[in-house]
Design a protein around this ligand. Structure first.
Ligand code: FES
Ligand code: FES
Length: 222
């Protein structure tokens, strides 16, 4: 029998105390002990970046750290992004990935969003090369890098616009002005579920926003 150790993690602003084996990886604690499955596992060996989270504000690959090593840390996962600053708002990065089509299968997206956030927290007005450098540890198997870069540029512009509207006080943790951008269905026929003319109608009782949020951006669709 392996000894377990008690650790405390503050994840997306909520403190959790969990018992973990010394060998347990942080990504497994996040996904399985805390049930925050927005953080993905692509390789388990530090290559893909799908498991990227912020630990005390720094991006880390959570498959490369034991949970016990993160004892006492503040962790931000993709599920925590949309709550900044208001629960109903998408983070400008999430908005950017939707507006600029920054995802295809979406598997890399949580890690890309967190890597993008880490960049914009440090550098609110990055050059294209700086964005590419910031996401260089995150692989997209769908090879949608061009749109991912555009998505992060969109977020930088959006954050800048919100800061200007708010007298320069809004940082990369979100925006105070929820009027900029929209969480509505994409441009097209507003009467259909997804905006496409031949839309299937979508799942019963679920809006496009709910499904998009839940499936791709790490939210719970509520
Ligand atoms: S799962 Fe951690 S880098 Fe791939
Ligand atoms: S969108 Fe498919 S792996 Fe990046």
């Amino acid at each position: 029998m392996t000894d377990e150790t008690e650790i405390t993690l503050t994840v997306n602003g909520t403190e959790h105390t969990v018992e973990v084996e010394p060998r347990r990886l942080l990504v497994h604690t996040i996904r399985e002990d805390l049930d925050l499955t927005g953080t993905h596992i692509g390789c388990d060996t530090g290559n893909c970046g799908a498991c990227t989270v912020l630990k005390d504000g720094e991006p880390i690959k959570s498959c490369l750290m034991f949970a016990a090593q993160a004892d006492g840390a503040e962790i931000l996962t993709v599920e925590g992004m949309e709550d900044l600053p208001a629960a109903d708002d998408l983070h400008p990065l999430q908005e950017g990935f939707r507006e600029e089509h920054g995802l295809q299968c979406g598997y890399c997206t949580p890690g890309m969003l967190i890597a993008g956030k880490a960049l914009l927290d440090e550098n609110p007005d990055p050059e294209e090369g700086e964005i590419r450098d910031a996401i260089s540890g995150n692989l997209c198997r769908c090879t949608g890098y061009q749109n991912i870069v555009r998505s992060i540029e969109y977020a930088a512009d959006e954050l800048d616009a919100r800061a200007a509207a708010d007298g320069g006080t809004v940082a990369a943790d979100g925006g105070a002005d929820a009027s900029a951008g929209s969480a509505d269905a994409p441009a097209g026929d507003a009467d259909t579920f997804c905006g496409l003319e031949d839309c299937c109608g979508g799942p019963e009782g679920e809006s496009f926003d709910d499904q998009f949020d839940r499936d791709y951006l790490g939210g719970d669709g509520e």
